[in-house]
Design a protein around this ligand. Structure first.
Ligand SMILES: [Zn+2]
Ligand SMILES: [Zn+2]
Length: 730
């Protein structure tokens, strides 16, 4: 029993990496199994797959591990009152074993039905008697933990000789030199290329070219076969989204067969509607990678008018600040903002992989969103994005009004929203607006019917939540437009009324496009690109590339010369407003184009318009922090001692200086006034606004290694500014 005490007192190791390899774990030796020392370690049971992947991707000897044996305790058997009682036992074995199909090799009696192929071209040398294996046990005493017992961690045969990998001379030039299968990355790449319509021949042609260029195969992926790609292509061609003629039965079947891509599922019940949360392994990895200390943004109403169920996407921003979908939630329109139902499941899924993962901010796009649920689950700032409303106003203004009136109405609406966001206006501004433009019925009827009833909630949200930056708006807008091209391009529009079509298309084709966007090799297939595949920079990034010299202000308008075509210029009316109007095609569809954004930053840098609302709110948040003594006693003590030490250093300097200049020393002495009762630290620079101002300027100018602004104004990088609100909201 002492052995089990020793095992159960081992720490549970949970490295914050996407894969766990045995090198990253601390192994303990425990006596007793089969009279030899086995190496054991404990990890969370939910991360067993990560360990299997980490071991398969072993650098010295890549391979794959398969389940050789598995036993589960059936729920009906009574619990054994033994300390070593197990719920589940899984034996993983290197796929180059345990049988040995090499000449003279031993095959277990139960597997003797295997008839070696005459030609070994198909699966050359798969089984080579490798003895590398480990056991995973889930204990009754600790069901959330997996005990890993490594019986044999060397890839050797019964004689103890290397039987595959670079050490095995006989394996040279065959698959056994590298690994039995291609990597997960290549598998996904092949599938994605097939899904977006690249042919088998083209994939193989490009692949063979690149292997030839590097001088022959040198890793597992170089051995990709035509046969494998063709088989995948056939499987895709023969599959159908309609698993049953009844849509709800079909969805159930899809969920059943895609368990690993489903993070939440509840069918219709008496009280709640159906809800399905989809997240693939790749999406989870992106959420961990770009969401950590970053932002997640929601695009909650895609396809409301066309699809049976709208698509609610959660997005993160990659290093180019482009939005990548990391989860899709499918549910009827009226409950799409019931975030509390699925949010915890998503958070737990991420946290299981990376316990240190923390979100800096969550951007919502609707005032009805369950903000309390977000704060409760993610413990982060909540920001609001105005992009959808701006987009729809802009689109309808250009569609429904003459150019002169477009400019007047958008100018007015831009002003109203600006005032409200700066807490200088209320709903009454909209009443005046409706009255003043009542004759423009073409637009006003739409506005009164669609927007007027909702503006109360928007005004409240804009006054209480910080506004997300234009940079994130541009990224969300680009994503939304990409999704439209990639998802809603069916000839038969009847499929839009089926949920099984929707989940299938999202999980296959749409996922593939976004996967390929992130893939560096996609340029190899450039000449097969179709519209759906095209994806450039966000308009914010494009705007950064336009030099100031291309902007000319005249007659209250701005003329922006296009970077690519020098002789082409666009006219931006209402320059510097939230609702500028540009005459380029992208803006005519209601989008924030690079010209509008360039003019906005041009005007701000010249001081002809007020600084952005994000910057204003950032300053306000800094002021709040400055005027609010820290409540944590440790931080308070630290702040006090820091202030005293700075005081001493400054006074030493000033004393030296005063000796030289013979000024009355006390004139310049720094006094730090520390009231013990309030513990408020008042610095020598009494003018806190000045300090705040300087911080803002310093922060704006400070950039980290990746070239990201480190300040809250560029809140796309995740430095949220909702400190005050978070505290008040709890
Ligand atoms: Zn092996
Ligand atoms: Zn434009």
């Amino acid at each position: 029993m002492a052995r089990w005490d020793a095992i159960l007192s081992l720490p549970v190791q949970n490295p914050p990496t996407l894969e766990i390899s045995s090198d990253e774990l601390v192994w303990s030796k425990v006596e007793g199994w089969h009279d030899k020392l086995d190496r054991v370690a404990l990890i969370p049971f939910a991360r067993v797959d990560d360990f299997v992947r980490g071991e398969s991707n072993n650098k010295e000897c890549p391979t794959r591990f398969h389940v050789e044996a598995r036993r589960r305790r059936s729920p009906s058997t009574p619990l054994k009152q033994k300390v070593d009682g197990i719920l589940e036992y899984i034996l993983y074995w290197c796929s180059f074993g345990p049988d040995d199909h090499r000449k003279g090799g031993v095959v277990r009696p139960s597997r003797t039905t295997y008839v070696p192929k005459k030609k070994n071209a198909g699966r050359p040398n798969t089984k080579r008697g490798c003895t590398c294996r480990f056991i995973v046990k889930r204990l009754i005493a600790e069901p959330s933990v997996a005990l890993i017992i490594y019986n044999n961690d060397k890839h050797v045969d019964k004689q103890g000789l290397p039987c595959h990998g670079p050490q095995d001379k006989k394996a040279a030039g065959t698959r056994a030199e590298f690994a039995p299968y291609i990597s997960e990355d290549l598998r996904l790449r092949v599938l994605s290329l097939l899904y977006v319509g690249v042919s088998v021949e083209t994939i193989m042609e490009r692949h063979n070219e690149s292997v030839k260029k590097q001088g022959g195969p040198c890793n597992r992926d170089d051995l990709l076969t035509h046969r494998y790609v063709r088989r995948q292509e056939r499987a895709i061609r023969r599959s159908t989204y309609e698993l049953d003629s009844d849509d709800s039965v079909s969805i159930n079947m899809w969920v059943e067969s895609h368990q690993s891509n489903v993070f939440f599922y509840e069918d219709f019940s008496d009280s709640d509607p159906f809800i399905l949360g989809i997240q693939t392994e790749w999406q989870l990895q992106q959420m961990i990678r770009f969401g950590n200390r970053g932002l997640v943004a929601s695009d909650s109403r895609f396809g409301t008018n066309k699809l049976k169920y709208p698509v609610h996407s959660l997005l993160v921003f990659n290093s180019d600040k482009k939005a990548i979908p990391v989860a899709w939630i499918i549910t009827p329109k009226f409950s799409c903002l019931d975030a509390h139902r699925w949010m915890r499941a998503l958070y737990n899924r991420v946290h299981t992989k990376d316990p240190t993962w923390k979100l800096a901010g969550f951007v919502v796009d609707d005032p009805q969103y369950d903000v309390l649920a977000i704060r409760d689950v993610f413990q982060c700032s909540v920001l609001i994005s105005f992009w959808r409303v701006r987009h729809l106003w802009h689109k309808n203004i250009t569609k429904r009004l003459e150019t002169g009136m477009q400019i007047k109405i958008s100018k007015r609406l831009g002003c109203i929203m600006d005032k409200i966001s700066r807490s200088q206006g209320t709903m009454s501004l909209f009443d005046d607006f409706v009255e003043d433009f009542i004759d423009e019925s073409n637009f006003m009827d739409y506005f009164k019917a669609t927007w007027y009833p909702r503006m109360g909630a928007w005004v409240d949200a804009l006054r209480t939540l910080p506004l997300s930056s234009q940079e994130s708006c541009a990224a969300i807008e680009l994503y939304h437009n990409q999704l439209k091209i990639r998802l809603l391009n069916e000839k038969d529009i009847n499929v839009y009324q089926r949920a099984d079509w929707l989940v299938d298309k999202l999980g296959t084709k749409v996922h593939s496009y976004f996967w390929l966007d992130e893939c560096s090799d996609k340029d190899d297939f450039a000449r097969y690109w179709k519209n759906e595949w095209m994806s450039g920079l966000t308009s914010w990034r494009k705007a950064l590339k336009i030099p100031d010299t291309n902007v000319l202000m005249e007659d209250g308008c701005a003329k922006v010369e296009d970077g690519d075509e020098q002789d082409k210029a666009y006219i931006v009316s209402n320059p510097g407003s939230m609702l500028s109007i540009c005459d380029c095609c992208w803006a005519k569809d209601g989008n924030l184009c690079e010209h509008i954004l360039k003019v906005l930053s041009f005007c701000r840098s010249r001081g002809s318009v007020l600084p952005s609302i994000s910057l204003l709110q950032y300053r306000q948040a800094l002021n709040t922090i400055l005027h609010c003594p820290p409540f944590d006693s440790l931080i308070r003590d630290h702040a006090v001692s820091l202030a005293v030490s700075v005081q001493k250093q400054l006074n030493t300097l000033l004393d030296k200086e005063s000796i030289q200049t013979a000024v009355e020393p006390n004139e310049k002495r720094i006094v730090i006034d520390i009231h013990p009762e309030s513990s408020r630290v008042v610095s020598a620079a009494q003018d806190q606004a000045l300090v705040c101002e300087r911080h803002v300027v310093d922060d704006i100018l400070s950039w980290d290694d990746d070239g990201r602004a480190v300040c809250g104004t560029s809140n796309i990088t995740g430095q949220g500014v909702d400190h005050g609100n978070t505290r008040n909201g709890k």
